[in-house]
Ligand binder design. Structure first.
Ligand SMILES: C[S@@+](CC[C@H](N)C(=O)[O-])C[C@H]1O[C@@H](n2cnc3c(N)ncnc32)[C@H](O)[C@@H]1O
Length: 378
């Protein structure tokens, strides 16, 4: 088993190296944030610990626990950085609303046809809210949704099935099967994006669509209000540096990885749309204000659940994380920080006649070079 890594409790020398890496990444020391709030040892900050343990899912599922928050089950060796309890689930559901607002009420941008879309797959489905909405809209489509954490929605449309599966490993689905594969918000969860999209392509029918919706972890502003040393300005640095330490990239957006991986997978007709998602109710435009208000709500719902593991990876204590979280919330509420983060939707089609093998599973079924040689000799 490859356990979810806990913060390193190693030698002073290693800690120094870690501190230096964090400083080089532009991350302020954790103590900075208590000074911002003018506090030293405020025990009342920890009251929220009791709340978060109250909201755990029933113990029928065996989860990993860090500081009273649960993470994905120990039955998988996958590594995922956010919590999986109800507090986090509510945040994901609000975020689903943010994503659909950004797509003007649509669930996807691929040019799907209800008559020909017979099978669809949602990878890393979270609470399953996107898959449920999609299955409701595409009632004739057989929809499957996978995750490493069991999904327990109160209502499941009859054409939707949930399965436990690690997307970074071989998928237990037939090749050339799905008409649509949807992947949203897996930044920091994918070991190899090129391999993931190759795998998706192998499991797609010719003519099927793959759609990827990802976000940047970096909070920006056009007017300089989000400075490098603000809590919001530090957010992305903590994710990128924390991800570097536990071996998962959080720069899929910055690297343009969605398009690159689709091209490598042999997909064609690739299109993309970039989104600037405001954080907070600061925008003057009504639509942007609505998006920003919901984004703030999604983040405030579980700021701790998003950052706790990443900050721990950098050696922060729970108390330091909670103080930083307070600073993030204060900035989001102040309306002085005109923050936004970028998101990108990229979609592409599997061609009728792919140029060559486009994935590990396809490679298995492709004729061997010896067989090809024999065929040409015949
Ligand atoms: C940020 S949530 C996004 C959920 C959903 N796609 C959405 O947009 O609402 C990421 C989800 O990916 C799941 N996940 C993380 N690593 C995974 C893996 N290796 N295989 C499958 N799912 C994974 C997590 O359990 C979590 O539910």
């Amino acid at each position: 088993m490859n356990p979810l890594p806990h913060p390193p409790t190693t030698s002073t020398a290693t800690m120094k190296v870690d501190e230096d890496a964090a400083v080089n990444a532009g991350i302020l020391p954790a103590e900075h944030w208590s000074a911002q709030l003018g506090i030293s040892d405020d025990k009342s900050l920890f009251d929220s610990d009791k709340e978060s343990t109250k909201s755990l899912y029933p113990s029928i599922f065996k989860y990993r626990t860090i500081h009273g928050r649960t993470y994905h089950p120990e039955t998988t060796d996958a590594m995922y950085w956010a919590t999986n309890d109800r507090t986090q689930a509510e945040s994901l559901d609000i975020n689903h609303h943010c994503c659909t607002l950004a797509l003007e009420g649509k669930l996807f941008l691929s040019p799907l046809d209800k008559k020909t879309c017979k099978t669809a797959l949602d990878i890393g489905t979270g609470t399953g809210i996107w898959a449920i909405d999609f299955a409701e809209e595409f009632k004739q489509t057989t929809v499957t949704a996978t995750d490493i954490t069991p999904v327990a929605p109160s209502y499941i449309p009859p054409n939707l099935t949930f399965e436990i599966e690690d997307c970074n490993k071989t998928w237990a689905f037939p090749n050339n099967h799905f008409d649509f594969i949807h992947i949203r918000w897996l930044n920091g969860s994918v070991t190899d994006w090129e391999r993931l999209f190759e795998r998706a392509s192998a499991h797609m029918r010719a003519g099927g669509w793959l759609e990827s919706y990802e976000m940047s972890a970096i909070v920006e502003s056009d007017d300089g209000s989000v400075t490098k040393t603000s809590a919001l300005g530090q957010w992305g640095k903590i994710f990128i540096e924390g991800g570097r330490k536990f071996g998962m990239s959080f720069t899929v957006f910055q690297d343009g990885m969605q398009r690159t991986a689709m091209e490598k997978a042999g997909l064609v007709d690739i299109q993309e749309r970039e989104i600037k998602m405001p954080i907070g109710s600061w925008p003057t435009d009504d639509a942007a204000k609505e998006q920003g208000t919901f984004t703030q709500a999604a983040l405030e719902q579980d700021t701790e659940g998003y950052i706790l593991f990443m900050a721990e990876t950098l050696g922060w204590t729970k108390r330091q994380v909670l103080i930083y979280v307070k600073n993030v919330r204060r900035e989001m509420r102040s309306k002085k920080y005109h923050g936004f983060y970028r998101q990108k939707v990229v979609w592409g089609r599997k061609p009728e006649n792919p140029a060559g093998p486009v994935g590990p599973e396809r490679a298995k079924t492709a004729p061997s070079s010896a067989a090809k040689r024999k065929a040409s000799e015949d």
